[in-house]
Design a binder for this molecule. Structure first.
Ligand code: NAD
Ligand code: MG
Length: 304
């Protein structure tokens, strides 16, 4: 098999060479405004639509996932539903068309989708989101704080206060507000999963505001895990490396970096959202009962 043959993945358990399992660079330039849409990406990302096989590992669980319309959040929503969980989804209203796809797949898996679009930069909305999720699901036992804003800027002089503030609000404040509101609802056995990044430990020169939020998320995960261990609640984070999602061509990278996105990793390609969903499933399920306060990475070979 050559390095550019990528027959579609039909089952995530089929043995494959990971280098050629999914598309490799080069990719076409494809500018979009933030937040980007998965439906406009070329090649189309794999969120597990045709490949994720569930085994009832989250049967009867109730999950709230932010940024669930596209990318990593969509892959997690599909995987959770196929593992038997009902899912409440948050995303921005302008992403309705992406969210529609996810809702159909959750329902096709025989699970309930509770749809709660809205802007996480607003504290009042974050509290309302948790309440609507609890009401719609009839409780809550998995919280995935995954929404994120990433805007590449070459020079610190050009990072506006507005951008800085939006990045902090979306990536850190929202996680804090939602976690605070969710905790009183979480019973022993519940789990919290935050999405950090390899940027937490290996910051890029053009992602100053973004990378610092990802370090904060990893740090918060460690401290909160200590605080809530006595309640029987576990808290972990997932650290992706370069993943093929709408975040990147919509300003997360300079457009001239899109053609070679992921090429610098040892596996030579970006990850597809379907490849990271299993980590979230593991951390949400009781299988990971002794895992808390840590960060689990999926980077294509670069040390977190
Ligand atoms: P994505 O664009 O598909 O998902 C991010 C989502 O965040 C958007 O779909 C949007 O719904 C949500 N969002 C952004 N601003 C919001 C706001 N103000 N209110 C409500 N929702 C908002 O991209 P993704 O790559 O799947 O991102 C998911 C997470 O993964 C993010 O936290 C990102 O930082 C992290 N991450 C991604 C990569 C990567 O290479 N793609 C690498 C490391 C970490
Ligand atoms: Mg989106």
């Amino acid at each position: 098999m050559t390095k550019d043959s990528n027959p579609p993945v039909k089952n995530q358990y089929e043995m494959r060479d990971p280098q050629t399992q999914y598309p490799r660079p080069p990719f076409p330039k494809q500018p979009q405004n933030a937040p980007g849409l998965a439906e406009k990406m070329d090649p189309t990302p794999d969120h597990g639509e045709d490949s994720y096989v569930g085994f009832g590992r989250l049967k009867g669980r109730k999950a709230l996932i932010t940024g669930a319309d596209s990318g990593i959040g969509r892959a997690v929503a599909i995987a959770f539903a196929r593992e038997g969980a009902d899912v409440a989804l948050n995303y921005l209203k302008v992403e309705d068309s992406d969210a529609e796809e996810v809702i159909k797949l959750i329902e096709a898996a025989g699970q309930k989708a509770v749809v709660i679009p809205g802007d996480l930069r607003d504290e009042a909305f974050c509290k309302e989101l948790v309440q609507k999720a609890v009401d719609g699901l009839g409780g809550l036992d998995i919280l995935v704080s995954n929404a994120g804003k990433q805007t590449a800027v070459d020079d610190i002089a050009d990072i506006t206060t507005e951008q800085f503030d939006d990045t902090m609000k979306t990536n850190i404040y929202a996680m804090f507000w939602i976690t605070q509101a969710a905790l009183p609802h979480l019973k022993p056995g519940s789990t919290i999963i935050n999405t950090t990044s390899i940027q937490a430990t290996q910051p890029s020169r053009n992602l100053l505001d973004y990378a610092m939020t990802k370090a904060a998320i990893a740090n918060f995960t460690g401290g909160l895990a200590k605080q809530v261990a006595e309640k029987g609640i576990r808290v972990n984070a997932v650290a992706p490396g370069p993943y093929w999602t709408a975040l990147q061509p919509s300003g997360g990278q300079p457009q001239d970096k899109i053609p070679t996105f992921g090429e610098q990793t040892p596996l030579g390609r970006p990850g597809q959202p379907a490849e990271i969903a299993p980590l979230y499933v593991l951390l949400a399920s009781q299988e990971s009962s002794y895992m808390t306060g840590n960060v689990y990475a999926s980077t294509g070979g670069t040390l977190y």
